[in-house]
Write a protein that binds this ligand. Structure first.
Ligand code: PMP
Length: 410
């Protein structure tokens, strides 16, 4: 007779295989950063986070907080229904018009997260007899979108556009529509796609392109408009841009930008929009204020972030550390030999007042663990020098750490 496991047993086994043994050595995840910061600062130490993608350092900006409070006092927190049937607030329309204009698109639509924007857009757009071609390092929300679609899914080697072209050359005619998905900045490696070449390939093979700019808004381009600005191409050649308000805009929620006709169709049909609540007006007003600050009074933050990230990358290289293919913008990883060394480094940094959780086993290939640094315009050169020096002077991984992990994995 088959043994039917309880759900808890099943979960415990799955979690073990997912690598939780490492946690027996140290658990850097789910740190209560507000508490930790308070504790360290009251002990006279500093607490510097490199774990939050507050790229322009706007998270606690007084103007954003003031605008959010004003909106909270007038409208409350909830959107209280799907906008299609519950109505919307003026801030919904205003943000969508502002972000579309800023990025050079005709229209935009917001959803409750960037994750949902990818899942819903990709799975709604593509169906039977279609193909979705994605970079092998695509973010999980893109993969989840392809999983939820009836289209055939094909992967090309990371940033290898020759491979993409080869796939299209061989297989384009088998499919009705083809959607290629790439990212402005890859979230684990901090590198970018070659957009001019990608657009040439897209136009030659008559396929559609969705570009995920989650990590590049406010980060790439002299005015923060993302990869198209950074690489000097006309953004209107891209069919769809998906983005998020959770990073540079220091808020929450996602958006999809495109041509008016496409976005109008989505407004009435996109499942993740139609069957989900509208964004909180407070959250949207915060994002709008951040977008305005970034374009007007505090646009200097964009250049400061670029200088900080390049300084981080160059200081890491001078210390003999590897940052992989990162171009030196918002995301810069430091690569380690194995998961234990990565956990060790993270723990060592925390003891020195630097919060950088390890990326091991989840989100990256098992043999490519790393510390992922999110650089912010608010970091100082001293903080960057400090964290790199702490890594350079890190003691070797103890026998004890290796023993604990080996025993837990056995
Ligand atoms: N796309 C990419 C490339 C991401 O890294 C993320 C989240 N980190 C998302 C989409 C999802 O965005 P959100 O967190 O707003 O759901």
């Amino acid at each position: 007779m088959t043994k039917h496991r309880s759900l808890s047993d099943y979960a415990a086994r799955r979690f073990r295989f997912a690598g939780n043994a490492l946690l027996e050595f140290s658990d850097p995840f789910f740190a209560q950063i507000d508490k930790l910061k308070k504790e360290m600062e009251s002990a006279g130490k500093h607490f510097v986070s490199f774990a939050n993608y507050d790229y322009l350092g706007l998270a606690n900006h007084p103007r954003i907080i003031a605008e959010a409070k004003r909106e909270l006092d007038t409208l409350g927190v909830g959107a209280l229904a799907s906008r299609l049937v519950g109505g919307e607030r003026s801030t919904h329309k205003a943000f969508e018009a502002e972000i579309a204009k800023f990025l050079g698109f005709e229209s935009a639509l917001t959803l409750v997260s960037g994750y949902l924007a990818n899942v819903s857009t990709i799975s709604w757009l593509m169906g039977k007899r279609d193909a979705i071609i994605i970079d092998e390092l695509a973010h999980n929300s893109i993969v989840a979108g392809t999983d939820a679609s009836d289209a055939e899914v094909i992967k090309f080697r990371h940033n290898d556009l020759e491979h993409l072209e080869h796939i299209l050359h061989k297989r384009r005619e088998e499919f009705r529509h083809v959607l290629v998905v790439a990212e402005g900045i890859y979230s684990m490696d901090g590198d970018t796609a070659d957009l001019p070449r990608l657009l040439d390939i897209k136009e030659k093979h008559q396929v559609w392109l969705l570009l995920d700019e989650a990590h590049s808004l406010g980060v790439l381009g002299a005015t923060g408009r993302g990869l198209a600005e950074h690489q000097g191409v006309d953004p209107s050649r891209i069919d769809l841009v998906v983005g998020t308000m959770s990073k540079t805009l220091a808020s929450c929620g996602g958006y999809v930008c495109g041509r008016k006709q496409v976005i109008e169709w989505f407004r009435y049909t996109l499942p993740g929009f139609v069957y989900s609540v509208g964004l909180s007006p407070v959250i949207l007003t915060s994002a709008r204020t951040a977008l305005k600050l970034m374009q007007e009074d505090e646009s200097w933050r964009i250049g400061k972030l670029a200088r900080n990230a390049e300084f981080f990358r160059d200081t890491a290289h001078a210390a003999g550390l590897s940052t992989g293919p990162a171009i030196g913008r918002g995301v810069v990883p430091i690569l380690f030999q194995d998961s234990v060394e990565t956990m060790w480094a993270s723990q060592h940094l925390l003891e020195q007042g630097f919060y950088v959780p390890p990326i091991v086993q989840i989100g990256v290939p098992k043999d490519q663990p790393r510390l992922r640094f999110f650089i912010s315009a608010n970091h100082t050169e001293d903080e960057i020098r400090g964290v790199i020096a702490a890594l350079k002077n890190m003691p070797p991984v103890s026998e004890e750490a290796h023993r604990i992990v080996a025993a837990a994995m056995a």
